[in-house]
Design a protein around this ligand. Structure first.
Ligand code: HEC
Length: 313
């Protein structure tokens, strides 16, 4: 009897796995081709890239996504992208001051009439928030809430080194090219955008719901929009964020060519820094501490044997 039960359980598990596969699931996020410079116990962030990533955040993402946990001065603190030893106090750092001053924020302290005025941000202020509140954010984005990006690389990773950055990188560079998306007129006379799949197991068209965009790395279910074999549906889902990065979307201050991959790489690395602004120092301290403890252990072992040399035990 037990053998049948085991068999039945096994078959049941298999059926579940298969149905999970049929439901699509998201494509597994991947790191850039050369991996992440910050991966591993001694890897370090590539600060030029973190700086470029901040430029991408400022010029592209910050119109919809806030980063409430960061203040301008964090950019110039030790381990930050604009840290300069000439300015140990980040509030004096001219780059940081310039970034803050060029953002207008609503003063949290009311004026004499009890109203809040706009004023240039100071280095001690948190990053400018794009919307007054969540309702306004949803209203501007077709009902979807652009999440705060302060700790997004922690929130969307599976805990593996750099997995959150890989997710951001894959998501942002993983939208289908615009020439893969066709448009036809629907029954109601409105335009319908769709993608055609022509792969071995994947034959059919996938219709993008209005205001939603297909991305293979976004977890969701594409089944309802798919006219092909229901056992093989495209991986991924639909999200309310349109593709944000198109070739040359920013003009990098340092002259780097702004390809989609480059911008996705840079902004992912910036968000990796933002989620853990002290990681540089922690890692810089980690290896020497381990070596020190190792050396200490060896010395202790030898002295132990020396001290107890003449004692029977
Ligand atoms: C025009 C507004 C807008 C801009 C600009 C924008 N986003 Fe978004 N983003 C959204 C919205 C809306 C969502 C929520 C989508 C949903 O849940 O359907 C979102 C979701 C996300 C998510 C979360 C996806 C998930 O797993 O839930 C990430 C990460 C993200 N955006 C990163 C970025 C980055 C990085 C940039 C800049 C390169 C950027 N966004 C620019 C509107 C925007």
């Amino acid at each position: 009897m037990t053998i049948f039960r085991t068999l039945a359980a096994g078959l049941g598990a298999l059926a579940l796995t298969l149905s999970a596969q049929a439901a699509g699931g998201a494509k597994h996020a991947h790191a850039p081709d050369d991996g992440w410079p910050f991966a591993g116990p001694v890897g370090q962030l590539e600060m030029d890239s973190v700086q470029r990533g901040y430029q991408v955040y400022r010029e592209v993402c910050s119109s919809c996504h806030g980063m409430d946990l960061l203040s301008y001065r964090n950019l110039g603190e030790k381990g930050g992208p604009y840290y300069d030893p000439a300015y140990p106090n980040a509030n004096d750092n001219p780059m940081v001051k310039a970034f803050a001053a060029s953002d207008e924020i609503l003063d949290p302290i009311p004026n004499d009439a009890g109203d809040h005025d706009y004023r240039p941000a100071r280095t001690s202020d948190p990053f400018r928030t794009p919307y007054a509140n969540k309702q306004a954010a949803r209203a501007a984005n077709g009902g979807a809430l652009p999440p705060d990006l302060s700790v997004i690389t922690k929130a969307r990773g599976d805990g593996a080194d750099g997995s959150g950055a890989s997710y951001v990188f894959s998501l942002l560079s993983g939208y289908p090219d615009s020439d893969e998306i066709s448009t036809r007129t629907g029954d109601d006379g409105l335009n319908v955008n769709y993608l055609r799949f022509n792969e071995e197991h994947l034959h059919g068209t996938l219709v993008q719901p209005a205001g939603q965009y297909y991305n293979p790395y976004f977890s969701g279910d594409t089944g309802a929009q798919w006219d092909g074999d229901p056992r093989h549906v495209p991986e991924g889902g639909f999200l309310a964020m349109a593709p944000q990065l198109i070739e040359g979307r920013v003009e990098y201050i340092d002259g780097t060519e702004a390809s989609v991959e480059q911008m996705a790489y840079d902004v992912a690395q910036f968000l990796q820094w933002a989620g853990d602004p002290k990681q540089e120092q922690r890692k810089a301290l980690g290896l020497p501490s381990i070596l020190y403890l190792l050396l200490l252990a060896i010395l202790l072992w030898f002295s132990y044997h020396r001290i107890w040399r003449n004692v029977d035990h």
